[in-house]
Ligand binder design. Structure first.
Ligand SMILES: Cc1ncc(COP(=O)(O)O)c(C=O)c1O
Length: 460
């Protein structure tokens, strides 16, 4: 029976079911990927005329109708990408200095990443953590060899990595104080920090507007000023704190870097009190600062490090790297995930880590980061809207005296994608780490040409 016949005989169905039934023929006409054991390859999206016929405005209208409204999206519908370039459904080109929010470190369509994902997907994508797989163990080995850590726990995102770190910290304290009725269970986090959106990680995230609609979140978190060594040391000394969560370089918060003295004091105070030091390197880790791990620049090492964004080059992954001391407190069943560390994401992760951990790759990130920062300082340093240009490798912030969004929008209209950060007053630049100096020149030129848009706001 056809869908229209079915609809005509049943006029008592709900509006939602009616809508889903009337949509079915449209969806089916787009997508038969495999049927009757015949291998029908889904077309490359850049070649798919159906996708290109769907103009941006239609996609945006459908998004507004069918997607829960959690995102204030930029009005761009992206269809394909190569290197640092992205293309929208109308074929317009953009220079991407966002990397999918610090994710696509190797750019779009890196051949080694594509090969790893394609070959692994042809063999085995997922089996759950009930069984062992080679790529998971191989990625863990590489992470251990290249870091302070002894063991790795895999998960699927940054917030999940921090959620696991919260649980591991509390379990570690229980394990370390078997005779205490009330072992340390509290946490310290810092102003401008961002650790994620799930209930534990959210409780550690400083922006009140993210937390308040969902209260009560996990209790026992104290926010201290980022860099206030004395306040942190005093609270750690109280003996109530299970762990201190800190980003060596804050990303969402506005590209602020810790000092060596601050991190070293946290390390010493934690050691003296039996408290754990957790570095959240979800955004700043894995080569972005020109160091493989951002904390290496400070010579201070954590007990736990959380990773996510760039690790699988665009596939969802999170990882919690821990010392043996922490790992020894964790038992079977304490934590887990169905998808985490599956062979597909871990093969992607191996391709990414192998490339980024090459010393010459890391040196090129430092070199390009310095080049771009110098260029921005030279061209924009005297602009009355620019308060500060700061950065570490290829994570760079331009702090303005005004909201950054008009500038970000103007850049997008001129073919350059950048992000905001902080209180909305910082332009955040986190390009693919493979970006060329020529592309950085091009980006600087567009950015500079768009700056006058900030004067329009002040004139009105
Ligand atoms: C430092 C930091 N931690 C945690 C997260 C949360 O990561 P995810 O969005 O993958 O959950 C983010 C995301 O921006 C982040 O920047």
């Amino acid at each position: 029976m056809s869908w229209s016949a079915l609809l005509s005989i049943n006029n008592s169905i709900s509006p939602a079911l009616h809508r889903s039934l009337t949509l079915k023929p449209r969806i089916l006409s787009i997508a038969p990927v495999a049927c009757l054991n015949v291998d029908v390859r889904a077309p490359d999206s850049s070649q798919n005329p159906l996708l290109h016929e769907k103009r941006s405005s239609e996609v945006i209208a459908d998004d507004k109708e069918f997607i829960v409204g959690t995102y204030a999206r930029s009005p761009v519908v992206l269809a394909s990408g190569k290197g640092c370039k992205l293309y929208d459904v109308e074929g317009r080109e953009y220079l991407d200095l966002t990397s999918g929010i610090a994710v696509n470190a190797l750019g779009h369509g890196d051949p080694d990443w594509v090969r790893a994902v394609t070959e692994q997907s042809e063999v085995l994508a997922h089996v759950s953590n009930i069984y062992y797989t080679v790529p998971q163990v191989e990625l863990a080995k590489r992470l251990v060899v290249s870091s302070f850590a002894d063991r790795v726990f895999f998960c699927n995102s940054g917030t999940e990595a921090n959620e696991a770190a919260i649980k591991f910290s509390r379990k570690f304290q229980r394990f370390s104080h078997p005779d205490l009725k009330d072992p340390p269970v509290e946490f310290i986090a810092f102003t401008n920090c961002f650790h994620g959106r799930t209930m534990g990680a959210l409780a550690l995230t400083s922006k009140e507007q993210y937390r308040s609609p969902f209260e009560p979140v996990m209790s026992g978190v104290t926010f201290l000023e980022y860099g206030n060594t004395q306040a942190a040391v005093e609270l750690i000394r109280s003996g109530k704190v299970a762990a201190v969560f800190v980003e060596p370089i804050q990303g969402e918060g506005g590209i602020y870097g810790a000092t060596k003295e601050f991190l070293q004091s946290l390390r010493t105070a934690c050691d003296n009190a039996g408290c754990l030091l957790v570095f959240d390197e979800v955004q700043c880790g894995l080569g972005r600062t020109g160091y493989l791990w951002a904390h290496e620049a400070f010579g201070v090492y954590p007990d736990i490090m959380t990773l996510a964004k760039p690790l699988a080059g665009g596939l969802p992954i999170g990882a919690v790297l821990v010392t043996e001391r922490v790992a020894s407190a964790i038992n079977f069943g304490d934590h887990g995930s169905t998808f985490a560390g599956n062979p597909l994401v871990c093969s992607a992760g191996i391709a990414v880590l192998d490339k980024i951990s090459n010393p010459s790759f890391l040196a090129s990130v430092s070199d390009k980061g310095q080049y771009f920062k110098d260029l921005l300082v030279e061209k924009l340093g005297g602009n009355s809207h620019v308060k500060e240009i700061r950065g570490f490798g290829l994570i760079i912030g331009i702090e303005l005296d005004a909201a950054a969004s008009p500038l970000v929008d103007a850049c997008q209209k001129s073919g350059l994608l950048v992000l905001t950060a902080g209180k909305g007053n910082v332009v955040r630049i986190v390009p693919p780490l493979i970006i060329s100096k020529q592309e950085l020149d091009q980006a600087a030129e567009i950015l500079i040409n768009c700056f006058p848009v900030l004067d329009q706001g002040t004139k009105n």
